[in-house]
Design a binder for this molecule. Structure first.
Ligand SMILES: [Zn+2]
Length: 489
């Protein structure tokens, strides 16, 4: 029996998608309405790894430091994958702190945790280096987690593999549900936390099949309801959890929202150039003539697009893009600019992923005491800029990062962060037009994370605020576990 609080973490579940399908999602939508549809903002950037780190610790990413930006302007220009081990979390997560206070916890399949560690209660880790760990080991026989199902990530997937890919997601969610149900039946603990992975992946891969407004929507198709049905699976399970644990409080959260990856691009570096903050390399100014290097880049890029169109949705390509600078150099060459004269440039995080949120770096050559003033000047310059042909501002939100976050890892961030109109992603290349109705990355992975539409709902207690930040979750978990009183409706 779970005595105090059950927390279900659903990766990538989006507030607006729930509202779109609300008549199919009576439980989660009902819980949303009970508390007047509270909103929750993810961390910046809205990536899975920093977001769950924040949920576990209550620290924002500038404080826990588990974020990774590639600085394209850096001299060594080398991509270093984010590396951390369990010691960054041990003793700092909500379950460790609750353990220290005498509460027992069952923690299932926690994102970000690798080998895991012995806790008071139960921990079952995610597949890592071919292994899943159960603590205490004596309980392995009860659960027998299926690594053959949960550890299948990274298979090549093409258009013709989509039915198999869909099945893979469903097998996974069924295994995640099976383990969670078993834990609810077998564990006698105060708090249970279980993480569900598939909502995010299925949206990344199937978005264009489910969204008639997407430029690559193939028309009515057999995958039309794939995303909706995964939401229904989670909604049904949340209903079952409430029914099976009527006296236990429940918190359901996601780490960020999900939507279409922007299909248009906005040339941020071109804007910076026009403002006098970025200077292109001399000798590449030949108007109307494209350098041979650029031509080659274009050919490679088009070949990639053609390849992607033909084979569909290669997950490995996204992995490859994250891992190797070769790929990066095709799209974000740092040789295009005069770095000695450039004072600001687009941060990698928007150029590579083509998300509508991103950042701008102040170049290292700007003296320390001028950086804030320059950042403010650039923000004042960019703020009123309209989308070409529209009355709408391109930037919905743009701030100096050190006015938003204050942690000791702030130096890992670009100096300016922004949210653009969600149709636009940041583009590295210079060009005649600021806004282009062409893109590229959305073909690799049609779904993308959203920052402001994470999910938070509760049962057995009330969420009283209209707007939550992801840093609030830790506190909610602590408060609701420590409260003496049981359910009050
Ligand atoms: Zn996520």
């Amino acid at each position: 029996m779970i005595k105090k609080l059950i927390i279900l973490g659903i990766d990538g579940m989006d507030f607006d998608v729930i509202k779109r399908y609300k008549e199919f999602l009576p439980t989660i939508n009902g819980l949303l309405e009970k508390d007047k549809n509270p909103r929750m903002r993810s961390v910046f950037p809205a990536d899975t790894t920093p977001a769950w780190s924040t949920i576990y610790t209550g620290l924002d990413p500038s404080e826990h430091g588990i974020i990774n930006f590639v600085n394209v302007g850096a001299k060594q220009n080398a991509y270093r994958p984010l590396e951390f081990d369990d010691t960054v979390f041990q003793d700092k997560t909500f379950w460790d702190v609750l353990n220290q206070e005498g509460y027992s916890c069952a923690v299932l399949l926690p994102m970000n945790i690798k080998q895991g560690w012995e806790i008071k209660g139960l921990m079952i880790t995610r597949p890592y280096e071919g292994k899943m760990h159960v603590y205490p080991a004596s309980r392995e026989s009860i659960y027998q987690p299926r690594i053959d199902i949960l550890g299948t990530e990274g298979k090549f997937t093409s258009e013709s593999d989509l039915p198999a890919l869909k099945k893979e997601f469903y097998d996974k969610v069924n295994e995640e549900i099976r383990l969670t149900k078993l834990a609810m039946e077998n564990e006698d603990v105060d708090v249970l936390f279980s993480y569900f992975s598939t909502t995010d992946g299925i949206q990344h891969d199937f978005w264009r099949h489910c969204d008639p407004n997407h430029p690559n929507y193939p028309g009515p198709n057999e995958f039309e309801n794939t995303i909706r049905d995964m939401y229904i699976t989670m909604d049904t399970f949340v209903g079952e959890v409430i029914k099976a644990n009527p006296d236990c409080k429940l918190l359901v959260i996601s780490d960020h929202g999900h939507g279409a990856r922007p299909v248009y691009t906005a040339r941020i570096n071109e804007l910076l150039k026009r403002g006098g903050y970025l200077v292109p390399k001399e000798g590449e100014k030949r108007v109307g003539k494209v350098s041979s290097k650029k031509k080659l880049k274009k050919i490679v890029r088009n070949a990639c697009v053609g390849f992607v169109k033909k084979v569909g949705l290669p997950k490995w390509a996204m992995k490859f893009a994250r891992r190797f600078p070769v790929w990066k150099s095709l799209f974000a060459s740092s040789n295009d600019f005069n770095w000695a004269k450039t004072r600001a440039y687009l941060s990698d995080l928007s150029a590579l992923k083509n998300y509508s949120y991103g950042g701008i770096r102040i170049n290292d050559n700007v003296p320390e005491n001028e950086r804030d003033t320059l950042a403010d000047e650039i923000i004042a310059y960019l703020k009123p800029i309209k989308i070409e042909g529209e009355e709408k501002n391109l930037f919905e939100w743009i701030v100096r990062t050190n006015t938003f976050y204050h942690g000791s890892h702030l130096d890992r961030y670009p100096e300016i962060i922004y949210q653009m109109d969600e149709r636009y992603g940041g583009e590295w290349e210079l060009g005649e037009h600021i806004c282009e109705k062409t893109g590229f990355m959305y073909m690799l992975s049609p779904g993308g994370h959203r920052w402001r539409t994470a999910l938070i709902v509760s049962n057995g207690f009330s969420l009283t605020k209209d707007n939550y930040e992801m840093t609030n979750i830790y506190e909610i978990i602590m408060d609701e576990t420590r409260k003496k009183s049981m359910i009050h409706f």
